[in-house]
Design a protein around this ligand. Structure first.
Ligand code: UGA
Length: 429
Protein backbone atom coordinates (compact mmCIF):
# COMPACT_ATOMS: atom_id res chain seq x y z
CA UNK A 1 0.00 0.00 0.00
CA UNK A 2 1.30 3.45 -0.93
CA UNK A 3 0.16 6.91 0.02
CA UNK A 4 -0.82 8.75 -3.10
CA UNK A 5 -1.82 12.38 -3.54
CA UNK A 6 -3.61 13.38 -6.73
CA UNK A 7 -3.69 17.08 -7.57
CA UNK A 8 -6.66 17.97 -9.79
CA UNK A 9 -9.99 16.13 -9.58
CA UNK A 10 -11.07 16.46 -13.21
CA UNK A 11 -11.81 13.41 -15.35
CA UNK A 12 -8.18 12.22 -15.34
CA UNK A 13 -7.35 12.95 -11.69
CA UNK A 14 -10.51 11.58 -10.14
CA UNK A 15 -10.45 8.41 -12.23
CA UNK A 16 -6.74 7.87 -11.54
CA UNK A 17 -7.22 8.41 -7.80
CA UNK A 18 -10.24 6.14 -7.59
CA UNK A 19 -8.45 3.41 -9.55
CA UNK A 20 -5.47 3.50 -7.16
CA UNK A 21 -7.86 3.47 -4.19
CA UNK A 22 -9.70 0.46 -5.64
CA UNK A 23 -6.34 -1.29 -5.87
CA UNK A 24 -5.81 -0.80 -2.12
CA UNK A 25 -3.71 2.37 -1.95
CA UNK A 26 -4.52 5.28 0.33
CA UNK A 27 -5.38 8.23 -1.87
CA UNK A 28 -5.87 11.93 -1.16
CA UNK A 29 -7.63 13.88 -3.90
CA UNK A 30 -6.82 17.59 -3.96
CA UNK A 31 -8.59 20.33 -5.88
CA UNK A 32 -8.79 24.13 -5.57
CA UNK A 33 -12.47 24.10 -6.52
CA UNK A 34 -14.56 23.89 -3.32
CA UNK A 35 -17.72 22.81 -5.17
CA UNK A 36 -15.88 19.98 -6.89
CA UNK A 37 -14.36 18.80 -3.60
CA UNK A 38 -17.76 18.90 -1.88
CA UNK A 39 -19.46 17.00 -4.69
CA UNK A 40 -16.84 14.23 -4.65
CA UNK A 41 -16.90 14.08 -0.86
CA UNK A 42 -20.63 13.46 -1.06
CA UNK A 43 -20.05 10.66 -3.56
CA UNK A 44 -21.21 12.67 -6.59
CA UNK A 45 -18.56 12.97 -9.32
CA UNK A 46 -19.11 16.29 -11.15
CA UNK A 47 -19.12 14.57 -14.56
CA UNK A 48 -20.47 11.32 -15.92
CA UNK A 49 -18.16 8.36 -16.34
CA UNK A 50 -19.39 4.77 -16.49
CA UNK A 51 -19.08 3.06 -13.08
CA UNK A 52 -17.36 6.03 -11.42
CA UNK A 53 -20.10 7.07 -9.02
CA UNK A 54 -20.33 3.62 -7.43
CA UNK A 55 -16.55 3.34 -7.26
CA UNK A 56 -16.20 6.79 -5.63
CA UNK A 57 -18.79 5.89 -3.00
CA UNK A 58 -17.08 2.56 -2.34
CA UNK A 59 -13.60 4.04 -1.76
CA UNK A 60 -14.96 6.94 0.31
CA UNK A 61 -16.77 4.46 2.53
CA UNK A 62 -13.80 2.15 3.00
CA UNK A 63 -11.60 5.16 3.76
CA UNK A 64 -9.15 4.69 0.88
CA UNK A 65 -10.11 8.00 -0.71
CA UNK A 66 -10.26 11.36 1.05
CA UNK A 67 -10.69 14.67 -0.74
CA UNK A 68 -9.54 18.11 0.29
CA UNK A 69 -8.95 21.64 -0.91
CA UNK A 70 -5.80 22.02 1.16
CA UNK A 71 -3.28 19.48 -0.01
CA UNK A 72 -0.31 20.39 2.18
CA UNK A 73 -0.74 17.58 4.71
CA UNK A 74 -1.53 14.93 2.07
CA UNK A 75 1.51 15.97 0.01
CA UNK A 76 3.82 15.93 3.02
CA UNK A 77 2.72 12.36 3.81
CA UNK A 78 2.65 11.03 0.25
CA UNK A 79 4.99 8.54 -1.44
CA UNK A 80 3.70 9.57 -4.87
CA UNK A 81 2.12 12.85 -6.00
CA UNK A 82 0.29 12.78 -9.34
CA UNK A 83 -0.29 16.08 -11.14
CA UNK A 84 -3.54 15.77 -13.08
CA UNK A 85 -4.51 19.40 -13.65
CA UNK A 86 -5.88 20.63 -16.96
CA UNK A 87 -3.59 22.02 -19.67
CA UNK A 88 -6.12 23.93 -21.80
CA UNK A 89 -5.39 25.65 -25.09
CA UNK A 90 -4.74 29.38 -25.26
CA UNK A 91 -6.50 31.27 -28.07
CA UNK A 92 -3.38 30.78 -30.25
CA UNK A 93 -3.52 27.00 -29.69
CA UNK A 94 -0.50 26.87 -27.39
CA UNK A 95 -0.73 24.95 -24.15
CA UNK A 96 -1.65 27.03 -21.11
CA UNK A 97 0.50 25.94 -18.16
CA UNK A 98 -1.10 28.20 -15.54
CA UNK A 99 -2.76 25.36 -13.57
CA UNK A 100 0.36 23.26 -13.79
CA UNK A 101 2.44 26.07 -12.29
CA UNK A 102 -0.08 26.57 -9.48
CA UNK A 103 -0.11 22.84 -8.76
CA UNK A 104 3.70 22.70 -8.79
CA UNK A 105 3.88 25.54 -6.28
CA UNK A 106 1.39 23.79 -4.02
CA UNK A 107 3.38 20.57 -4.23
CA UNK A 108 6.68 22.39 -3.63
CA UNK A 109 5.36 23.96 -0.43
CA UNK A 110 4.13 20.59 0.86
CA UNK A 111 7.21 18.42 0.10
CA UNK A 112 8.80 16.89 3.21
CA UNK A 113 12.44 17.77 3.93
CA UNK A 114 13.68 14.33 4.99
CA UNK A 115 12.73 12.05 2.03
CA UNK A 116 12.24 12.29 -1.73
CA UNK A 117 8.61 12.14 -2.86
CA UNK A 118 8.05 10.98 -6.46
CA UNK A 119 6.20 13.74 -8.34
CA UNK A 120 4.51 12.41 -11.46
CA UNK A 121 3.07 14.47 -14.31
CA UNK A 122 -0.07 12.86 -15.72
CA UNK A 123 -1.38 16.03 -17.32
CA UNK A 124 -0.74 16.19 -21.06
CA UNK A 125 2.17 18.61 -21.41
CA UNK A 126 4.24 19.82 -24.34
CA UNK A 127 7.60 17.99 -24.44
CA UNK A 128 10.12 19.79 -22.27
CA UNK A 129 7.52 21.20 -19.84
CA UNK A 130 8.42 18.90 -16.95
CA UNK A 131 12.12 19.73 -17.15
CA UNK A 132 11.89 23.43 -17.91
CA UNK A 133 8.84 24.55 -15.92
CA UNK A 134 8.03 21.98 -13.27
CA UNK A 135 11.52 21.01 -12.15
CA UNK A 136 12.70 24.57 -11.32
CA UNK A 137 9.47 25.27 -9.40
CA UNK A 138 10.00 22.15 -7.28
CA UNK A 139 13.72 22.83 -6.87
CA UNK A 140 12.89 26.24 -5.43
CA UNK A 141 11.53 24.42 -2.36
CA UNK A 142 15.03 23.23 -1.48
CA UNK A 143 13.51 19.81 -0.65
CA UNK A 144 14.42 16.51 -2.30
CA UNK A 145 12.07 14.98 -4.92
CA UNK A 146 12.07 12.63 -7.90
CA UNK A 147 10.37 13.42 -11.16
CA UNK A 148 8.39 11.30 -13.63
CA UNK A 149 6.00 11.64 -16.57
CA UNK A 150 3.30 9.01 -16.79
CA UNK A 151 0.83 10.02 -19.51
CA UNK A 152 -2.78 8.91 -19.32
CA UNK A 153 -4.35 6.94 -22.13
CA UNK A 154 -7.92 6.95 -20.81
CA UNK A 155 -10.85 6.97 -23.20
CA UNK A 156 -13.78 8.97 -21.89
CA UNK A 157 -16.68 6.63 -21.30
CA UNK A 158 -14.28 3.77 -20.48
CA UNK A 159 -11.87 5.72 -18.31
CA UNK A 160 -12.19 3.70 -15.09
CA UNK A 161 -11.87 0.42 -16.96
CA UNK A 162 -8.80 1.79 -18.80
CA UNK A 163 -7.24 3.00 -15.52
CA UNK A 164 -7.78 -0.37 -13.83
CA UNK A 165 -6.70 -2.43 -16.84
CA UNK A 166 -4.27 -0.33 -18.89
CA UNK A 167 -3.08 -1.69 -22.23
CA UNK A 168 0.28 0.06 -21.90
CA UNK A 169 2.13 2.16 -19.35
CA UNK A 170 4.70 4.77 -20.31
CA UNK A 171 7.11 5.86 -17.59
CA UNK A 172 9.32 8.84 -18.28
CA UNK A 173 11.78 8.99 -15.40
CA UNK A 174 14.67 11.10 -14.14
CA UNK A 175 16.69 8.09 -13.03
CA UNK A 176 16.71 4.40 -12.00
CA UNK A 177 15.42 5.02 -8.46
CA UNK A 178 12.29 6.70 -9.80
CA UNK A 179 11.81 3.88 -12.31
CA UNK A 180 12.09 1.31 -9.52
CA UNK A 181 9.51 3.11 -7.37
CA UNK A 182 7.02 3.39 -10.22
CA UNK A 183 7.51 -0.19 -11.37
CA UNK A 184 6.67 -1.22 -7.83
CA UNK A 185 3.53 0.96 -7.89
CA UNK A 186 2.43 -0.65 -11.16
CA UNK A 187 3.59 -4.18 -10.18
CA UNK A 188 0.14 -5.69 -10.77
CA UNK A 189 -0.33 -4.26 -14.26
CA UNK A 190 -0.55 -6.98 -16.91
CA UNK A 191 0.60 -4.86 -19.84
CA UNK A 192 3.82 -3.65 -21.46
CA UNK A 193 5.67 -0.96 -19.50
CA UNK A 194 7.95 1.32 -21.48
CA UNK A 195 10.63 3.29 -19.69
CA UNK A 196 11.91 6.50 -21.27
CA UNK A 197 13.28 9.88 -20.31
CA UNK A 198 10.86 12.64 -19.29
CA UNK A 199 10.68 14.46 -22.62
CA UNK A 200 10.12 11.29 -24.66
CA UNK A 201 7.20 10.24 -22.44
CA UNK A 202 5.63 13.66 -22.95
CA UNK A 203 6.10 13.33 -26.71
CA UNK A 204 4.62 9.80 -26.81
CA UNK A 205 1.31 11.14 -25.50
CA UNK A 206 1.10 13.82 -28.21
CA UNK A 207 2.31 11.49 -30.93
CA UNK A 208 -0.35 8.91 -30.05
CA UNK A 209 -3.20 11.41 -30.16
CA UNK A 210 -1.82 13.04 -33.31
CA UNK A 211 -1.67 9.65 -35.01
CA UNK A 212 -5.23 8.70 -33.99
CA UNK A 213 -6.60 12.10 -35.04
CA UNK A 214 -4.81 11.74 -38.37
CA UNK A 215 -6.31 8.28 -38.80
CA UNK A 216 -9.81 9.67 -38.29
CA UNK A 217 -9.04 12.53 -40.70
CA UNK A 218 -7.82 9.99 -43.27
CA UNK A 219 -11.07 8.02 -42.89
CA UNK A 220 -13.03 11.25 -43.41
CA UNK A 221 -11.07 12.06 -46.55
CA UNK A 222 -11.34 8.51 -47.90
CA UNK A 223 -15.09 8.67 -47.32
CA UNK A 224 -15.27 11.75 -49.55
CA UNK A 225 -13.07 10.08 -52.15
CA UNK A 226 -15.38 7.07 -52.15
CA UNK A 227 -18.44 9.29 -52.64
CA UNK A 228 -16.71 11.05 -55.53
CA UNK A 229 -15.69 7.74 -57.10
CA UNK A 230 -19.15 6.21 -56.69
CA UNK A 231 -18.01 3.36 -54.44
CA UNK A 232 -19.03 2.42 -50.92
CA UNK A 233 -16.65 3.34 -48.10
CA UNK A 234 -17.70 0.19 -46.23
CA UNK A 235 -16.70 -2.08 -49.09
CA UNK A 236 -13.42 -0.27 -49.71
CA UNK A 237 -12.35 -0.13 -46.06
CA UNK A 238 -13.27 -3.80 -45.56
CA UNK A 239 -10.64 -4.64 -48.17
CA UNK A 240 -8.10 -2.14 -46.80
CA UNK A 241 -8.42 -3.61 -43.30
CA UNK A 242 -7.37 -7.02 -44.61
CA UNK A 243 -3.84 -5.67 -44.79
CA UNK A 244 -2.29 -6.76 -41.47
CA UNK A 245 -0.40 -3.47 -41.35
CA UNK A 246 -3.66 -1.52 -41.08
CA UNK A 247 -5.17 -1.66 -37.59
CA UNK A 248 -8.95 -1.72 -38.17
CA UNK A 249 -9.90 0.65 -35.34
CA UNK A 250 -10.41 4.42 -35.60
CA UNK A 251 -11.38 4.36 -39.25
CA UNK A 252 -15.00 5.40 -38.84
CA UNK A 253 -15.68 8.53 -40.93
CA UNK A 254 -18.16 11.07 -39.68
CA UNK A 255 -18.66 14.68 -38.68
CA UNK A 256 -15.13 15.03 -37.29
CA UNK A 257 -13.32 14.43 -34.03
CA UNK A 258 -14.13 16.39 -30.88
CA UNK A 259 -13.44 16.04 -27.19
CA UNK A 260 -10.95 17.47 -24.76
CA UNK A 261 -7.94 15.74 -26.28
CA UNK A 262 -7.56 15.31 -30.05
CA UNK A 263 -8.32 18.92 -31.08
CA UNK A 264 -6.45 20.48 -28.15
CA UNK A 265 -3.43 18.20 -28.27
CA UNK A 266 -2.91 18.40 -32.03
CA UNK A 267 -3.25 22.19 -31.88
CA UNK A 268 -0.78 22.39 -28.98
CA UNK A 269 1.71 20.19 -30.82
CA UNK A 270 1.42 22.22 -34.02
CA UNK A 271 1.73 25.47 -32.07
CA UNK A 272 4.76 24.23 -30.10
CA UNK A 273 6.74 23.07 -33.13
CA UNK A 274 5.64 26.10 -35.19
CA UNK A 275 7.07 28.31 -32.46
CA UNK A 276 10.31 26.37 -32.89
CA UNK A 277 10.32 27.17 -36.61
CA UNK A 278 8.77 24.03 -38.13
CA UNK A 279 5.26 24.10 -39.60
CA UNK A 280 3.98 20.50 -39.76
CA UNK A 281 1.95 20.34 -43.01
CA UNK A 282 0.14 17.05 -42.33
CA UNK A 283 -1.13 17.93 -38.85
CA UNK A 284 -2.11 21.43 -39.99
CA UNK A 285 -4.20 19.81 -42.73
CA UNK A 286 -5.77 17.41 -40.21
CA UNK A 287 -6.92 20.37 -38.11
CA UNK A 288 -8.18 22.34 -41.11
CA UNK A 289 -10.16 19.38 -42.41
CA UNK A 290 -11.67 18.70 -38.99
CA UNK A 291 -12.86 22.31 -38.64
CA UNK A 292 -15.14 21.91 -41.65
CA UNK A 293 -15.90 18.18 -41.60
CA UNK A 294 -19.34 18.74 -40.01
CA UNK A 295 -20.34 20.61 -43.17
CA UNK A 296 -20.43 17.24 -44.98
CA UNK A 297 -23.47 16.29 -42.88
CA UNK A 298 -25.14 19.62 -43.66
CA UNK A 299 -24.48 19.16 -47.37
CA UNK A 300 -26.13 15.71 -47.32
CA UNK A 301 -29.11 17.13 -45.43
CA UNK A 302 -29.48 19.92 -47.98
CA UNK A 303 -29.26 17.50 -50.88
CA UNK A 304 -32.41 15.91 -49.47
CA UNK A 305 -34.23 18.95 -48.07
CA UNK A 306 -33.03 21.87 -50.19
CA UNK A 307 -33.15 25.24 -48.44
CA UNK A 308 -33.12 24.73 -44.67
CA UNK A 309 -35.07 27.91 -43.85
CA UNK A 310 -38.07 27.10 -41.68
CA UNK A 311 -37.10 23.42 -41.45
CA UNK A 312 -37.07 21.58 -38.15
CA UNK A 313 -33.94 19.48 -37.69
CA UNK A 314 -33.44 16.90 -34.94
CA UNK A 315 -29.87 16.73 -33.66
CA UNK A 316 -29.28 13.41 -31.90
CA UNK A 317 -26.23 13.38 -29.64
CA UNK A 318 -24.84 16.62 -28.20
CA UNK A 319 -21.78 15.23 -26.42
CA UNK A 320 -18.57 14.86 -28.44
CA UNK A 321 -19.23 11.12 -28.56
CA UNK A 322 -21.51 8.57 -26.88
CA UNK A 323 -21.28 7.49 -23.22
CA UNK A 324 -20.17 10.86 -21.92
CA UNK A 325 -21.69 14.19 -20.89
CA UNK A 326 -18.59 16.04 -22.18
CA UNK A 327 -19.37 18.66 -24.82
CA UNK A 328 -15.85 20.07 -25.20
CA UNK A 329 -15.17 20.58 -28.92
CA UNK A 330 -18.33 18.59 -29.66
CA UNK A 331 -19.15 18.76 -33.36
CA UNK A 332 -22.77 19.24 -32.26
CA UNK A 333 -21.88 22.87 -31.53
CA UNK A 334 -20.79 23.98 -35.04
CA UNK A 335 -23.53 21.77 -36.51
CA UNK A 336 -26.27 23.40 -34.43
CA UNK A 337 -24.89 26.90 -35.08
CA UNK A 338 -24.69 26.31 -38.83
CA UNK A 339 -28.25 24.93 -38.92
CA UNK A 340 -29.54 27.95 -37.00
CA UNK A 341 -27.60 30.35 -39.25
CA UNK A 342 -29.25 28.77 -42.25
CA UNK A 343 -32.69 29.39 -40.77
CA UNK A 344 -33.50 25.92 -39.43
CA UNK A 345 -34.94 25.23 -35.98
CA UNK A 346 -32.71 22.82 -34.02
CA UNK A 347 -34.21 20.27 -31.64
CA UNK A 348 -31.44 18.53 -29.75
CA UNK A 349 -31.40 15.43 -27.59
CA UNK A 350 -28.64 13.72 -25.63
CA UNK A 351 -28.99 11.10 -22.89
CA UNK A 352 -26.56 13.00 -20.62
CA UNK A 353 -25.08 16.15 -22.14
CA UNK A 354 -28.12 18.46 -22.25
CA UNK A 355 -27.10 20.67 -19.31
CA UNK A 356 -23.55 21.12 -20.58
CA UNK A 357 -24.69 21.85 -24.13
CA UNK A 358 -27.44 24.34 -23.29
CA UNK A 359 -25.24 27.40 -22.61
CA UNK A 360 -23.16 26.77 -25.75
CA UNK A 361 -26.11 27.05 -28.14
CA UNK A 362 -28.95 28.66 -26.14
CA UNK A 363 -31.09 29.09 -29.29
CA UNK A 364 -31.43 25.32 -29.74
CA UNK A 365 -34.51 23.63 -28.27
CA UNK A 366 -33.46 20.69 -26.12
CA UNK A 367 -35.84 17.84 -25.38
CA UNK A 368 -35.91 14.77 -23.16
CA UNK A 369 -36.19 11.88 -25.63
CA UNK A 370 -35.38 10.70 -29.15
CA UNK A 371 -39.09 10.60 -29.95
CA UNK A 372 -39.62 14.24 -28.92
CA UNK A 373 -36.65 15.32 -31.02
CA UNK A 374 -37.94 13.47 -34.06
CA UNK A 375 -41.56 14.60 -33.65
CA UNK A 376 -42.55 16.67 -36.67
CA UNK A 377 -38.92 17.02 -37.85
CA UNK A 378 -38.06 17.56 -41.50
CA UNK A 379 -34.62 16.06 -41.05
CA UNK A 380 -32.35 14.42 -38.50
CA UNK A 381 -28.59 14.42 -38.01
CA UNK A 382 -27.07 11.79 -35.76
CA UNK A 383 -23.96 13.33 -34.18
CA UNK A 384 -22.81 11.05 -31.32
CA UNK A 385 -22.49 7.26 -31.17
CA UNK A 386 -24.68 6.56 -28.15
CA UNK A 387 -25.55 2.82 -28.03
CA UNK A 388 -29.26 3.64 -27.69
CA UNK A 389 -29.16 5.43 -31.06
CA UNK A 390 -27.60 2.48 -32.87
CA UNK A 391 -30.72 0.37 -32.35
CA UNK A 392 -33.04 2.90 -34.03
CA UNK A 393 -34.82 1.50 -37.07
CA UNK A 394 -36.93 2.87 -39.92
CA UNK A 395 -40.12 2.70 -37.80
CA UNK A 396 -38.70 5.15 -35.25
CA UNK A 397 -38.09 7.74 -37.95
CA UNK A 398 -41.18 7.05 -40.06
CA UNK A 399 -43.55 7.23 -37.07
CA UNK A 400 -42.41 10.61 -35.76
CA UNK A 401 -40.84 12.67 -38.52
CA UNK A 402 -42.64 14.89 -40.98
CA UNK A 403 -40.19 13.88 -43.71
CA UNK A 404 -37.95 10.92 -42.86
CA UNK A 405 -34.57 12.35 -43.89
CA UNK A 406 -31.77 10.94 -41.74
CA UNK A 407 -28.05 11.74 -41.96
CA UNK A 408 -25.95 9.34 -39.93
CA UNK A 409 -22.89 11.37 -38.92
CA UNK A 410 -21.30 8.48 -37.00
CA UNK A 411 -22.21 5.48 -39.16
CA UNK A 412 -23.90 3.58 -36.36
CA UNK A 413 -27.31 2.97 -37.95
CA UNK A 414 -27.86 -0.17 -39.99
CA UNK A 415 -28.67 0.87 -43.58
CA UNK A 416 -30.54 -2.43 -44.07
CA UNK A 417 -33.02 -1.33 -41.39
CA UNK A 418 -33.75 2.00 -43.06
CA UNK A 419 -36.30 0.96 -45.66
CA UNK A 420 -38.58 3.91 -46.46
CA UNK A 421 -36.17 6.42 -44.87
CA UNK A 422 -34.20 8.87 -47.02
CA UNK A 423 -30.99 7.70 -45.38
CA UNK A 424 -27.58 9.27 -46.03
CA UNK A 425 -24.14 8.56 -44.60
CA UNK A 426 -20.84 10.31 -45.13
CA UNK A 427 -18.91 8.06 -47.51
CA UNK A 428 -21.81 6.32 -49.21
CA UNK A 429 -22.71 6.98 -52.83
C1 UGA B 1 -8.82 10.02 -26.83
C2 UGA B 1 -7.97 8.79 -27.05
O1 UGA B 1 -8.71 7.79 -27.75
C3 UGA B 1 -7.49 8.21 -25.72
O2 UGA B 1 -6.64 7.11 -25.95
C4 UGA B 1 -6.73 9.32 -24.96
O3 UGA B 1 -6.29 8.86 -23.70
C5 UGA B 1 -7.65 10.51 -24.76
O4 UGA B 1 -8.09 10.99 -26.05
C6 UGA B 1 -6.86 11.57 -24.05
O5 UGA B 1 -5.89 12.09 -24.63
O6 UGA B 1 -7.13 11.83 -22.89
P1 UGA B 1 -11.37 10.44 -26.13
O7 UGA B 1 -11.09 11.90 -26.35
O8 UGA B 1 -12.08 10.00 -24.91
O9 UGA B 1 -9.99 9.61 -26.14
O10 UGA B 1 -12.24 9.97 -27.37
P2 UGA B 1 -12.08 9.01 -28.64
O11 UGA B 1 -12.88 7.81 -28.44
O12 UGA B 1 -10.67 8.83 -29.02
O13 UGA B 1 -12.80 9.90 -29.76
C7 UGA B 1 -12.32 11.19 -30.12
C8 UGA B 1 -13.17 11.76 -31.23
O14 UGA B 1 -12.88 11.08 -32.46
C9 UGA B 1 -14.68 11.62 -31.02
O15 UGA B 1 -15.34 12.78 -31.42
C10 UGA B 1 -15.05 10.44 -31.90
O16 UGA B 1 -16.39 10.47 -32.31
C11 UGA B 1 -14.09 10.64 -33.06
N1 UGA B 1 -13.82 9.37 -33.80
C12 UGA B 1 -13.19 8.34 -33.19
C13 UGA B 1 -14.19 9.27 -35.14
O17 UGA B 1 -14.76 10.23 -35.73
N2 UGA B 1 -13.93 8.11 -35.81
C14 UGA B 1 -13.32 7.06 -35.22
O18 UGA B 1 -13.09 6.03 -35.91
C15 UGA B 1 -12.93 7.17 -33.88
Amino acid sequence: MSRIAVVGLGPVGLVTGVAFAEEGHKVAGIDVDARRVDAVRQGRPPFFEEGLRDAVQRVLENGRLAVTQDGSEAISEADFVFLCVGTPARPNGRMDDVYLRQAAEEVASGLPSHRAVVVIVKSTVVPGTTETILKPLLEASGRPFRLAVNPEFLREGHALEDALHPDRIVLGVDGPETAKALRWLYANAACPILETDLRTAEAIKYATNAFLATKVAFANELADLCSALGVSYDDVIEGVKLDPRVNPRFLVPGVGFGGSCFPKDVKALVAAVSAAGYAPPLLEAVLRQNEVQHERALALLKEELGDLRGKRVALLGLAFKGNTDDVRESRAVPLARALLEQGAAVVGYDPRAEANFRPLVPEAELVASVEEALQGADGCILQADWPQFSVLGAEDFLTHMKTPVVVDGRRILDPDKMRGVRFRRIGSP
